[in-house]
Design a protein around this ligand. Structure first.
Ligand code: TYC
Length: 103
């Protein structure tokens, strides 16, 4: 990006480096009555790289409140994580739902 400024009859071009941050997306886990708690904790550890205590905390939050944030990522990373959750859940026959929304 550049802007022109007039100063005492002189025209100066000031170069500015624009810091564009990519939009971020929350990846959400949804509660259901069938997916085992241990499976959700394993997903939070393996897909979202949470440690055990954080994984249990997030899982219990989702269990009690219905919805919770597993992580916040750029669009393509978030999409891949949603896909991984659904693939793993499908492979085990669990109905675990995972969505994303702009943060
Ligand atoms: N409610 C589930 C149970 O009681 C556990 C669970 C937690 C399921 C979080 C999904 O995203 C979820 N087995």
């Amino acid at each position: 990006m550049s802007t022109r400024t007039q100063h005492q009859g002189e025209t100066q071009t000031v170069a500015r480096t624009r810091v564009e941050r990519p939009p971020l997306y929350r990846v959400l886990l949804h509660n259901d009555d069938y997916t085992p708690m241990e499976f959700v904790v394993a997903i939070l550890r393996d897909v979202f790289r949470r440690d055990e205590a954080e994984a249990v905390r997030i899982m219990l939050h989702v269990h009690k409140r219905g919805l919770g944030v597993a992580g916040v990522y750029p669009h393509q990373v978030a999409e891949t994580k949603v896909h991984k959750v659904h693939e793993a859940a499908k492979a085990e026959g669990h109905p675990l739902k995972c969505t994303m929304e702009e943060a």
